[in-house]
Design a protein. Structure first.
Length: 188
């Protein structure tokens, strides 16, 4: 393959992997009955005159199948952490106990499960749109190289076919991850 196209292919691989990784990180935040420390570890807490991610202020562990325990390292910031959790979109009621906060995850209602499934579908579509935009941008780069005579028309055509296969692969990864999360939401 032409070295210029090889560089563009590397860019596609990196950007595609980033789209899949970002999608995975977003769907982890969709709450199911099974709590994940990642649900709260990036919550920003106002303390010490700045906003600090919760994971830098505490340890977060799963206790029992429906609880997270946030072990706070500085008891003085317990109210700030509690406030950050209440202000978040998680709809959780933190319970303070000495130097820890307990988060109990109630069972999901049928309506909430359906709502989460729709949110998941929107997230999937957003990720796929990002992949389609990436494909469009990369096609333009390859066509520009062909117009400038840096690659042949045959190389451009072959690259576009290869590009489609790469984008299809990333799209399939997103679909598979969505399917796993959907099962988790609907069947727990």
């Amino acid at each position: 393959m032409n070295p210029l196209l090889e560089e563009i292919k590397k860019e596609v691989d990196q950007e595609g992997e980033k789209v899949v990784r970002d999608f995975q990180e977003k769907i982890i935040g969709l709450r199911t009955n099974r709590p994940e420390p990642r649900l709260v570890e990036f919550l920003l807490v106002e303390c010490y005159g700045q906003k600090i991610p919760l994971r830098e202020l505490s340890s977060i562990n799963i206790k029992m199948p429906n609880q997270l325990i946030i072990q706070v390292w500085d008891r003085n910031i317990l109210p700030a952490i509690e406030e950050a959790i209440k202000k978040s979109s998680l709809n959780l009621n933190p319970q303070k106990e000495e130097n820890l906060i307990r988060l109990v995850f109630p069972p999901l209602s049928k309506e909430r499960r359906e709502e989460l499934r729709k949110i998941l579908e929107r997230m999937e579509e957003e990720a796929k749109v990002t992949l389609r935009n990436l494909r469009k941008e990369i096609k333009k780069k390859a066509e520009e190289l062909a117009r400038e005579g840096k690659i042949s028309e045959d190389e451009n055509f072959a690259f576009k076919e290869r590009l489609q296969k790469i984008i299809d692969k990333f799209s399939q990864e997103i679909e598979e991850r969505k399917k796993v999360k959907e099962e988790e939401i609907m069947n727990q």
